[in-house]
Design a protein around this ligand. Sequence first.
Ligand SMILES: C[S@@+](CC[C@H](N)C(=O)[O-])C[C@H]1O[C@@H](n2cnc3c(N)ncnc32)[C@H](O)[C@@H]1O
Ligand code: SF4
Length: 457
Amino acid sequence: MDTRAVSGNKAPLELRPEPATHRLELKQTEVGSVFVSNYPPYSLWNGDHLDAFQRALDTPWTSESPPLGLYLHIPFCRKRCKFCYFRLYTDKNAAQVEAYCDALAREIELYGQQPAVAGRPVSFVYFGGGTPSYIAGKHLRELVDRVQAVLPWDRAGEIAFECEPGTLSESKLATIRSIGVTRLSLGVQNFNDHILEINGRAHVSMETYRALPWIRALEFEQLNIDLIAGLIGETWETWRQSVRETIDVGPDSVTIYQMELPYNTRFSRQLLDGALGAELADWTLKREWHAYAFDQLASAGYEISSSYTMVRKDTRGSFLYRDSLWHGADMLGTGVSSFGHLSGVHAQNTASWSSYLERVAIDELPLERAYSTTPLDRLTREVILQMKTGSLEVSYFRHKFGIDILEQFGPAFDKLAQQGMLNTTEDAVELTPNGLLQVDMLLPEFYAPEHRPARYT
Ligand SMILES: C[S@@+](CC[C@H](N)C(=O)[O-])C[C@H]1O[C@@H](n2cnc3c(N)ncnc32)[C@H](O)[C@@H]1O
Ligand code: SF4
């Protein structure tokens, strides 16, 4: 995520408060979230703001409304990876998966009746997970037919779809292509089978290689590969090999995440129980691996498109979902635990399977908590998310918010400049390579003082 890139839009579901450690000082990989996907922190969202979200839904859209996206959460996986914190299930049978797809279609139909959505064009669609490619082709087709009847996406600029390599067959990929997917993202993580196994992945690299010719033959517009720097068992030698194999595959983009351990992963539990420790790469080593991969990719003709992503220079490198969200687009977050944003109000669905199904069954939007942002929240949100691109354009913010960010966030920029994380000029803020590699740890500097002590999720 690459939904994580905005990662998107999955709030890590944490069970305990984060360590008090200031993020910039993190060296060891500890239990807690580092990745910043939204602002203000999710822990501040609550039931009291749901009325504001309903008012946003009741207000008809206009030609001035921002672009609208649709996120569909598919919360199924063959197996839970030991590092994964997303809301997903590994124990649902075919009938339950079908019931979920029905509910998801119904939820989108309910959105389609709201004045803020009815008849509004959809600019981008993102199937995230869990594992969207877990779903049988037939169920995917049925889901999409129902969704397209209320929110047609034939004119959308991007339809992105996350895949776990071992769930792909030639016919399933053909179905994925036929529903209009333009950007296919493969969760490769690593090419070493031993590393994949000890980190709890369900797939082996042969399954990645098996799927690649099918993907090429179907001519998807973009292929992205996700890698994680810092899986258990990684060494310089195995990492170099994974980067080499990734470059040999030649995807249009490569996304690299440094492994983190939010509270609800298997590894986090082991770490807290003292059963894991020395095997974990520290943040310095993860940054070195990240930097190595970026260097190798640059030599192979890729360029930086964000702190996590390199794109091949000769391809259409845009990632509309990410770029739209980082510039304040609206998005309907559908499916269990999904979150979205409409006219300045954030909202998240219930994270409970039964509550999700029950509420949709009585034609209720399954919302759980919301947050009505202030103009300053919205400015801060865009500043921190766009920092992940490696630079900020001061005039963009002046034009959109009427505020000079160099003044508004002067102390934070000064502090980070002194630490060698960024440089400022009259019209730009540019992160240094060192700043870019640890951008998520820098972002709390920009939070309002009252939001800083808050848990992230
Ligand atoms: C929903 S998954 C992608 C699709 C599919 N589920 C898969 O894993 O193959 C999104 C991405 O998040 C990243 N990710 C998951 N847990 C992570 C963690 N603890 N630290 C860093 N990245 C993580 C992985 O790179 C993964 O590909
Ligand atoms: S396959 Fe993807 S979503 Fe599923 S557990 Fe693994 S990383 Fe998480």
